[in-house]
Every structure is written in structure tokens, then in C-alpha cells.
Design a protein. Structure first.
Length: 810
């Protein structure tokens, strides 16, 4: 059976034992952290400062605190991108705190702050450079990755070719114009049947009328003439040649269905003959021209093997192969086909080969090489002027290299070649632009732009002409800005190409920027970035926003539109994150948060400034940041950042303001004894505001002599009013200097909220100085007319006591 009589004394003894914190010499209450670009400060707060030592081992810093235990509410620091983790470990005689970093720290300094029983670790963080060269870091006492003030060429303001010259953009920007007609495939000279064995001159089997019509490219009439001759011809050899020539005229004349069937019939009727091979070539040509160029390109290689290398059709067949490769985007294959040197290119075939080689240069991006090749060919005849694709590429090369007069001549020819096609309005637009760039007056070119709009409504050429006419009129001052903006806006909604819609809307936003409509311009530019995520003008659009955003936000904040400014800033947070907007703008945003009472957000803005700014700019950040911390009620962080400030900037002109905030934060947090220790420092700053705060703290701590001294000095001579008089009168009263306090208390009787207490103190003085009847009257007056229930109650109690004394005297 348990003997409770024996156990009870032991139980009571255990209850009487002090806990671990009671035995310890020091208690670690809290640890906090602040960071900069290359430094980190760890603040530790104790009940009293312990002895300690710091050891650095690679990526770890160990802080050994002798005779110290953590408070029950103590929490370790969380990890971040610079410090991976913190671990605490209680050992028999000390507390071990270990801090683990991403790179080995370069240097650790400690600073004791006796006034607040705090210890600060000032750590110069490591980086890839210091980790690679630790010996250099040791010799130089640390290597910092400098944040140099160099031009950031990723910033759209510098990446754009136009900077912030929006008029230059409107005047010179040209969206890429693609005039790329269908390739005209090449055939050997008419008639192909002349190459059939045995070789017989065409004049012997083809009527002169048909030959003459073929030279005029009158293929329909030629086909009818040959058909008539074919019906009368009795020579079987001639009939075969005429049949092939009839089909050839139909193919060259643009017919498809009739020659399609006829050429296949020839192949079936005369299989395994040269006639069938030639018919197949014409068949493949017709299919490539009217249907799909991919299929003929596969069969043409087989057809090539059926012809001997000395066949006069082989060079043309080779060129046709290269053309099919070009048309289907197989540039490299076209280059290889045209490189073949086992074929004799003569006459027209030689020129066609050079022409297609020039086309391959252009399509391969070798524009200058293509231009030289085209120019050399242009000197040898008119072969380029007969080929729409090559003429378009040649014209484009001339335009690209600003040979505008020559380009205008070639585009003029191209417009005729492309008559009736959907490419014609684009060729006309380029013709107009070539004339404009070559120095012709814009008033003389406008009729051509108008013709494009009237003749080809809703075409790409129409919208391009509309844009360019608006550009010119706005820049020349003949079109008001609001009308130009409206026209750009309409074009941005209705243009048939994404690129043109983007260009129109960007120009609309630029016009608004040029006319001071900055908020409208920014809003439009933001919408453009959303609608054209892969647009070609993203850089210019971003530059448009960045160039206007700082002044616009400043204006909005100055006008009290804080919420609108902050919403706009948040919508453009990418530009802040990339460092494309100046730090000064972050100060404005932080102040906007403060005006709205969002002090936590203001603090985060200032902390971000501290992270990204240079060492030289840090001093400027502390005062507004600590002010925001104070206003947000984060008094412990005020102490941390104030400690950090005074360890870095001992002679700063901002020291007094920060010291004041530090003392006020301690006062608000109830740490009056710590505040007293700070105020007792001989080298502390002194201003009227600091001395007022010090007086209030002394008053709260019942340091009456110090209050009297403070309020009797010259530094607070300008301080007047009820609060000042109240503290002085109360201190004089508590210090027994009744005569000096009476005049002040007499004034305070009529001043809220001190009147009731002043009357009570006066009554007390009368009572203490042997005037009980006067004191009694004073108490009675307070009990009847007082406003504060507390002092009225005390007055009634004093009346009861004094009444007895007065009665006894009487």
C-alpha cells in the first residue's frame, strides 16, 4: 500500500524546484532577420546579454551562447534563398544556434547592444564568385557582386529601335510586306515535239500560222489552228507531233481538264516511247500548276532517268524540278538540283538556271547575294520582267536596300504582271512607298493610295494604304490627333491581318501619348499586350508603357488617386520585377500605400527597395521604411532596422528621426526601461521631438526630477499646452514643490481633460498645507461639478475624511 505521508513531502519539493529558465543566466526571447543585396543581419534579443562565441565552418555559422536557454515562445528563423535553415540545440552548459547558407559566408561581425540586451550578427553573404575564389575573398575581406549602373539592353526603352520617339515610329515603321506570286514553272521552248526523234524542223510539220501565234503567246488560237491541221494531216509521224503540240498549247494556255485527259490518253496509246515521256512531262506541269506541286516533284525524278543527258529537254526538266522544290519550301534541295554540272545549260535554259539560283539566294535569306544576281541577270535581258515571282523578289531586294527609284520601276512592271490577282494591290502599295521614299511629294502619291482603297476595298493593300495616309496626314498636321486616333482604332478593329491590327492600335496609343493622354495610352498599350501576346511590336508597346508609367503614377498619387495608381502599378508589376522602372517610383508607390493606411504593403515596398538598391542608396531607404513599420505597429522590427541603421550610418543626418521612432516604438511596445537606457546614452541625438518623447517616458516612469528638468530647460521652451503643463504640475506636486505647481494647476482647472485632476491636486495641496476648509470646498466643488467619475469618487472619499477633521477642529 502506498504511503502518502512519505510521498507528499517529495512532491512538494519537486513543485518548489525552479524551471529551466529560472536556473539560466540568460533567456533568448526572439530572433529576427533582415536582408540586403549582399548582407544579412540576425538580431537576437535576450533577457540579459550572455557571453558568446562565433565559429564559421564552411557554409555554417555556429553561435554558442553560454548559460542561455530559449524562451518557451522562441521560434527559429525560416529558410530563404540566402539562408537555407536555422537549427537550435540545447547542450549542458550552452545553447547552440547553427545557421546554414547557400554559399560559405565571407565575413561575420558581431555587435552588442546593451541598451536593448540584443546581439546582432552582421553577415557578408557568400556568392558564386567568393565560393570559387575563397582565398581572394579572404585577402580582400569579401567579394561583392556589384550592382553596376549600366544600361540594361533588355529594357524595351533601349531594345527598341525607336526609343521613345513615337513620331519616328509613325514615320518610319513598316510592317513586312509579302508580295509572293505563284511561281511560273518553266517549260522547254515551243514546240516540245521538235525534240522527238527523228528531229524534224517544226516548219516541216507545223503550219506557219501556228508558229506565229505561238510566238505571240496566243495559245488558244494556236491550239485551234493545230487542231484543224491535225484533222487533215495523213502523215502518222506528223500526226503524233501535232497531237502533242495541240495538248501543249492547251497546257500553256491555262487549260486543265482537256489536256489532263488527252495527255494521259497519249501515254496509254504510245507507252514506253519518247512521245509518252514528253506527254507525261506536260501532264506533270499541268498538275503542278493547277493542283498540287508536291506530287509531280516525286515523279519528275523518275521521268528524268528516261531521258538521255544530251536531250535538249533535260536542262528544262532540271529547272522544273528546282522550281517545284522552291514552291514546296525545299530550298536546300533546289540549291542542290541547280548545282548539277553534268548538264549543258544553253540559251534560255542558262538564264533560267541563273534566275532560279537568285531565287534560292533570296529564299535562303542571302538577300544581298540575290540582289547582285538579279542585277547581273537584268543586264542580260528581260527574263526577270517576265517572271512575276522573281520580279517580286528582285523588287523587294531593291526596296530593302533602299534603292527606291529602281524599286519603283520594277514594282511598276510587277503591277502589270499581277493584274487581276490578289497580289496586285500589295504591289501597288509597294510602288507608292517606293515613290514616297525616292523623294516624290506625298501629295502626288496620295491618288495612288486612294486608288488602292477604291479599287481593292477590304484588301490588305487597302488597310496598308489607309494606315500610311493617316501616318502622313497626322505628321504633316493636316489631320487632328483625335481623328488620327479614331482612324487607327477603326483600322485596328477591321484590318484583315493581325500584324496590321497590332500596328494600327500601337500607333493609336502613340498618338495619345504624344497628345498628353497618358492614362489612355497606357491602358491601350496594356490591352495590346494582352490581345497580341506574340505580336511583333511587343518591345515598342512595352517601351510605350514604361516611358509614361512613372510620371503618370506620380501624377495620380499627387492627385490623391492612390487606389487607381496602385492598381495600375500592380497591373504592370512585371516591369518592376525586371528592374525596368526606377527605384524612385517604388518610393511613390510605398507612400501611396501609406496614404491608404496599408502600412504592411508600404513596408514590403521599402524592403524590396533595400533588396535591389545599391549600397550607396541604402541610407535613404531606412527612414521611410522605419516610419511605415512604426505606423503598422511592427515595433520589434523598428528596433531591428534601427539597430542596423545605427551600426551602418553612425553620422547620418537622419539619425535623430530614426532614434525618435525607435524610442516611440519601445514606448508603444511597453519597453519603457529599455527606452530609458537609450535615453541615458550620452551621445544620443537630441531634438525637441526626442526630448518631448523622453519627457513622456520619464513621466510614465515617475522620474519626477527628470521631468521637471526637461520642462525647465531651453530645448522644450517652445512646447506649450495642456499636456506639457499637466506633466510639469504633476511632477512638481509629486516632488513636493507645491507652491510652484499651484499656478499651473489653477490654469489647468479650466482645460479638458486635465481640469478634474487639477482641482483634486489643488485640494490635496490645501489639505497638506494646513487649509482643510479651503480643501473641503475644493473637493465639494469637484464632487458636484466634476466630469470624470474617477476624480469625483475620490473627491467624495476625501470629503468624508476632511469633514471629520474640520468638525474636530471646530
Amino acid at each position: 500500500m502506498i504511503n502518502f505521508a512519505k510521498i507528499l513531502p517529495l512532491f512538494l519539493f519537486l513543485l518548489a524546484l525552479p524551471d529551466q529558465q529560472t536556473w539560466a543566466g540568460s533567456i533568448l526571447n526572439q530572433v529576427t532577420l533582415t536582408t540586403e543585396t549582399s548582407r544579412m543581419q540576425v538580431f537576437l534579443r535576450f533577457s540579459e546579454l550572455p557571453t558568446y562565441r562565433v565559429e564559421t565552418q564552411g557554409k555554417r555559422i555556429d553561435l554558442v551562447l553560454t548559460d542561455t536557454v530559449p524562451a518557451k515562445t522562441f521560434a527559429e528563423l525560416p529558410g530563404n534563398d540566402k539562408m537555407i535553415k536555422m537549427i537550435k540545440k540545447k547542450q549542458p552548459e550552452h545553447l547552440l544556434l547553427s545557421f546554414y547558407f547557400r554559399y560559405p559566408p565571407q565575413n561575420v561581425r558581431t555587435r552588442q547592444i546593451p541598451e536593448t540586451s540584443s546581439l546582432m550578427l552582421d553577415i557578408l553573404l557568400g556568392n558564386p564568385l567568393s565560393a570559387r575564389y575563397p582565398d581572394l575573398s579572404a585577402r580582400l575581406h569579401g567579394i561583392t557582386l556589384l550592382n553596376r549602373k549600366e544600361i540594361d539592353f533588355t529594357n524595351p526603352l533601349y531594345a527598341s529601335d525607336y526609343g521613345t520617339d513615337w513620331r519616328l515610329f509613325i514615320r518610319t515603321y513598316e510592317n513586312k510586306v509579302i508580295v509572293r506570286p505563284k511561281l511560273h514553272f518553266s517549260l522547254p521552248p515551243f514546240p516540245l515535239a521538235a525534240a522527238l526523234p527523228p528531229k524534224i524542223p517544226p516548219e516541216q510539220w507545223l503550219q506557219a500560222e501556228s508558229i506565229a501565234l505561238s510566238k505571240q503567246k496566243a495559245w488558244q488560237q494556236a491550239s485551234e489552228a493545230i487542231k484543224t491541221q491535225l484533222e487533215l494531216e495523213e502523215n502518222e509521224g506528223y500526226r503524233k507531233r501535232l497531237l502533242l503540240s495541240y495538248a501543249e498549247c492547251l497546257v500553256r494556255g491555262g487549260e486543265y481538264q482537256v489536256p489532263y485527259n488527252l495527255l494521259q490518253q497519249i501515254g496509254l496509246t504510245y507507252p514506253d516511247t519518247t512521245l509518252a515521256t514528253f506527254a507525261r512531262l506536260l501532264f506533270l506541269y499541268a498538275v503542278a500548276k493547277h493542283k498540287d506541286p508536291y506530287l509531280p516533284s516525286l515523279e519528275l525524278a523518275k521521268l528524268r532517268k528516261l531521258l538521255k543527258s544530251n536531250n535538249p529537254l533535260v536542262p528544262y526538266l532540271n529547272i522544273f524540278q528546282a522550281e517545284l522544290a522552291l514552291e514546296t519550301g525545299r530550298i536546300n534541295q533546289a540549291v542542290e538540283i541547280l548545282k548539277r554540272d553534268d548538264i549543258a545549260y544553253l540559251g534560255r535554259a542558262k538564264l533560267l538556271r541563273l534566275l532560279r539560283q537568285a531565287d534560292t539566294y533570296f529564299d535562303s535569306g542571302e538577300t544581298i547575294k540575290a540582289l547582285v544576281a538579279y542585277q547581273n541577270l537584268d543586264k542580260q535581258g528581260k527574263i526577270i520582267d517576265q517572271q512575276p515571282r522573281s520580279l517580286a523578289l528582285y523588287s523587294d531586294a531593291l526596296y530593302t536596300y533602299q534603292r527606291f527609284k529602281e524599286a519603283a520601276k520594277k514594282y511598276h512592271l510587277l503591277v502589270k504582271l499581277l493584274s487581276g490577282t490578289d497580289m496586285q494591290p500589295l504591289a501597288m502599295f509597294r510602288l507608292a512607298m517606293s515613290k514616297l521614299h525616292s523623294g516624290e511629294k506625298w501629295t502626288g502619291i496620295f491618288p495612288l493610295f486612294s486608288h488602292i482603297q477604291n479599287a481593292f476595298p477590304k484588301s490588305e493593300g487597302d488597310f496598308r494604304a489607309r494606315l500610311k495616309m493617316t501616318d502622313i496626314k497626322f505628321l504633316k498636321g493636316t489631320l487632328p490627333a483625335h481623328q488620327a486616333s479614331a482612324t487607327y482604332g477603326q483600322t485596328g478593329e477591321s484590318a484583315n491581318l493581325v500584324q496590321l491590327r497590332e500596328e494600327a492600335l500601337v500607333k493609336q496609343a502613340m498618338v495619345n501619348a504624344l497628345t498628353g493622354q497618358h492614362e489612355t495610352s497606357i491602358t491601350q498599350a496594356m490591352q495590346i499586350l494582352r490581345d497580341f501576346r506574340h505580336g511583333s511590336l511587343k518591345v515598342e508597346t512595352r517601351a510605350l508603357i514604361i516611358s509614361q508609367l512613372p510620371d503618370t503614377l506620380k501624377e495620380m498619387i499627387a492627385g490623391g488617386r492612390y487606389i487607381a495608381a496602385l492598381v495600375l502599378a500592380k497591373q504592370n508589376r512585371l516591369f518592376f520585377a525586371r528592374g525596368w522602372l526606377g527605384i524612385d517610383l517604388l518610393y511613390d508607390l510605398a507612400r501611396a500605400y501609406e496614404q491608404l493606411g496599408a502600412f504592411d504593403r508600404a513596408v514590403r515596398a521599402y524592403q524590396y527597395i533595400l533588396e535591389v538598391s545599391t549600397e550607396e542608396e541604402h541610407e535613404k531607404v531606412y527612414l521611410p521604411m522605419i516610419t511605415a513599420l512604426y505606423n503598422s505597429g511592427r515595433y520589434e522590427l523598428v528596433e531591428d532596422y534601427a539597430n542596423r541603421f545605427f551600426s551602418r550610418f553612425t553620422d547620418s543626418p537622419k539619425a535623430a528621426d530614426i532614434f525618435l521612432l525607435r524610442v516611440k516604438a519601445l514606448m508603444q511596445n511597453g519597453d519603457l526601461k529599455i527606452a530609458m537606457r537609450l535615453l541615458a546614452m550620452p551621445d544620443r541625438p537630441s531634438t525637441p521631438e526626442i526630448e518631448q518623447t523622453a519627457t513622456k517616458i520619464y513621466f510614465e516612469q515617475h522620474q519626477w526630477d527628470k521631468v521637471i528638468k526637461q520642462l525647465s530647460g531651453n530645448e522644450l521652451s517652445s512646447w506649450s499646452g495642456g499636456e506639457r503643463d499637466y506633466m510639469l504640475a504633476e511632477s512638481l506636486f509629486q516632488n513636493g514643490q507645491y507652491e510652484k505647481s499651484i499656478p499651473i494647476l489653477m490654469r489647468l482647472r479650466e482645460e479638458d481633460p486635465y481640469g478634474d485632476q487639477a482641482m483634486f491636486r489643488l485640494a490635496e495641496i490645501y489639505s497638506k498645507t494646513g487649509k482643510p476648509e479651503t480643501a473641503l470646498k475644493q473637493f465639494q466643488q469637484l464632487a458636484e461639478k466634476g466630469k470624470d467619475p474617477h476624480w469625483k469618487k475620490l473627491a467624495k472619499e476625501e470629503i468624508s475624511i476632511l469633514q471629520l477633521k474640520v468638525d474636530a477642529i471646530n
